[in-house]
Design a protein around this ligand. Structure first.
Ligand code: SAM
Length: 309
């Protein structure tokens, strides 16, 4: 498989098998979080009533419940299987990721707060070293906790409504998302310094953090701009992905995103003079990615032409 500046349409879990061992220098991927109702995010084949809005309680509650679509209550047997199924899903591709990246190479995974622990265990079990959880701070975050007293008011239960004033069901406002940082262990008997010399991989460039206005700590504050929206429901800020790429690779290295959505990782790689390799199974997002990377390449070519390079 050609791994240099390519986007493939299809299931990366199958397609990655065509990549040779030790080819990729970095994987940055915003994987499906397994918590939504969209077809690209539902990863299991159980009946999963709460997700699909068909449990008796959801049907009674009607549209409000359906809109939410995220099971937190744990009332159904099938919902309780989801974390384990998510682990199995991650395990179904983790060994391929491990095989295709070079020793000392890094992997950044955006995984949701609710199931990221399963992703960590699945990648760790396959052989990755789990380095850290970077917190990506999102100042604009929707808060979906419901006041319980309102339900009692609707039921005309004034006593309970007054007793439970100020209490909510749901979560606190989610102002960070985890970016899981893994690396592939370097050769047994070698050192990290030898690995850096042999593969140009294994260290991170601290100077880059300053360039992106970050401290040398593990909370990143880059926010989405208007240009970072509208192409995919979970589109990530280009600058944030650029930071991850520049932090851990040098020019010319190959950055892969097996779940590329609208292609943010690939555009970031292109801008930083790295090679990109992407996979997307949905036609709509594959086409968006193709348009984005070809537009970006044209702009870069024009810029080089103007600069006489
Ligand atoms: C969370 S989104 C990525 C969005 C991306 N960060 C962006 O900025 O546009 C994950 C994407 O993975 C795709 N996907 C899910 N399973 C896949 C598979 N097996 N192979 C390839 N793509 C897949 C989905 O269609 C979805 O577009």
């Amino acid at each position: 498989m050609n791994t240099s500046n390519k986007v493939y349409k299809g299931d990366s879990i199958k397609l990655l098998k065509d990549i040779e061992d030790h080819t990729i220098d970095l994987i940055v991927s915003d994987i499906p979080y397994g918590i939504g109702v969209d077809t690209w995010d539902v990863l299991h084949d159980n009946t999963n009533h709460a997700y699909l809005g068909s449990s008796p309680a959801q049907e009674r509650a009607g549209a409000i419940f359906k809109k939410r679509g995220k099971p937190l209550n744990g009332w159904s047997e099938s919902d309780r299987l989801i974390p384990k199924q998510y682990y199995d899903w991650v395990a179904s591709w983790a060994s391929e990721w491990f095989r295709i990246i070079k020793p000392g190479a890094n992997v950044f995974v955006f995984a949701g707060r609710r199931l990221s622990h399963r992703c960590i265990c699945a990648l760790e079990d396959i052989g990755f070293t789990y380095k850290d959880m970077i917190g990506w701070e999102k100042r604009r975050a929707a808060h979906r906790a419901q006041r319980i007293s309102i339900i009692f008011e609707r039921r005309s239960n004034r006593l309970a409504a007054s007793k439970w004033q100020g209490w909510k069901v749901g979560n606190l406002r989610p102002v960070f998302e985890p970016i899981l940082w893994f690396s592939k262990p370097y050769k047994i008997g070698g050192t990290i310094a030898d690995n850096v010399l042999q593969y140009n991989l294994g260290a991170f460039n601290e100077c880059v953090l300053k360039k992106y206005g970050q401290e040398s700590d593990n909370i990143f504050h880059i926010q989405s701009q208007s240009c970072d929206t509208g192409l995919h429901p979970t589109q990530k800020p280009l600058k944030l992905i650029e930071l991850l790429i520049e932090l851990t690779t040098i020019e010319g290295q190959i950055v892969c995103d097996p779940f590329c959505g609208s292609g943010t990782t690939l555009v970031a790689a292109l801008r930083l003079n790295r090679k990109y390799l992407g996979f997307e199974k949905e036609e709509k997002y594959y086409n968006i990615t193709l348009n984005r990377v070809s537009k970006e390449s044209d702009e870069l070519k024009n810029m080089l032409f103007k600069n006489g390079e």
